[in-house]
Design a protein. Structure first.
Length: 135
C-alpha cells in the first residue's frame, strides 16, 4: 500500500508518524542563543502551501526574515513524506548554491555536493526519502 494518496499521507501512515513523534527536550528552549546562523549563512527554505501545523504564512515569514532562497510546494506539513522529490531537489539546489569548501581530502565535486546535501539534510532536520521503485 502506498504511503501517499493524492499528494497526502494515507491515514495509517499518518497515525504511525504521529505516534512516533517525541516532545522536544526542555533544554532546547531554555539555552541562551549566542549566534543565529540564518543571519550570516545562506539558507534555503521549502514552504509547504498546505502546512496546517506550522502554518504557511509562518513559514513564509521565517524564510523571508532569513533571506532564504525559497521554493513553495503544494504539500502538507509532512512534505518529506508526500513530496520527497521536491525536498531532494531543494537540498541539491542548496548544496550547489552554497559552494561548499572541503579540506584537502581528495574528494571530487560530486562527493562535495552529496556531502553538502547530507549535512543540509541533517542540520535542517529533513529526512531524505529514497524510493527504490517509483509508482
Amino acid at each position: 500500500m502506498s504511503t501517499v494518496t493524492s499528494n497526502r499521507v494515507v491515514r495509517d501512515r499518518a497515525c504511525a508518524l504521529a505516534a512516533s513523534q517525541r516532545p522536544t527536550a526542555v533544554a532546547a528552549g531554555s539555552e541562551p542563543t549566542t549566534a543565529v546562523a540564518w543571519k550570516t549563512i545562506p539558507s534555503w527554505s521549502l514552504v509547504a502551501t498546505d502546512d496546517r501545523t506550522i502554518g504557511t504564512e509562518n513559514l513564509r515569514f521565517m524564510a523571508k526574515r532569513a533571506g532564504s532562497t525559497t521554493v513553495e510546494v503544494d504539500a502538507p506539513h509532512a512534505v518529506p513524506e508526500t513530496d520527497p522529490d521536491d525536498v531532494t531537489d531543494l537540498i541539491l539546489q542548496a548544496a550547489h548554491g552554497s559552494h561548499p569548501r572541503l579540506a584537502k581530502t581528495g574528494a571530487n565535486e560530486q562527493t562535495a555536493v552529496l556531502g553538502g546535501a547530507a549535512v543540509l539534510a541533517a542540520a535542517g532536520g529533513t529526512a531524505l526519502v529514497v524510493r527504490s521503485r517509483r509508482t
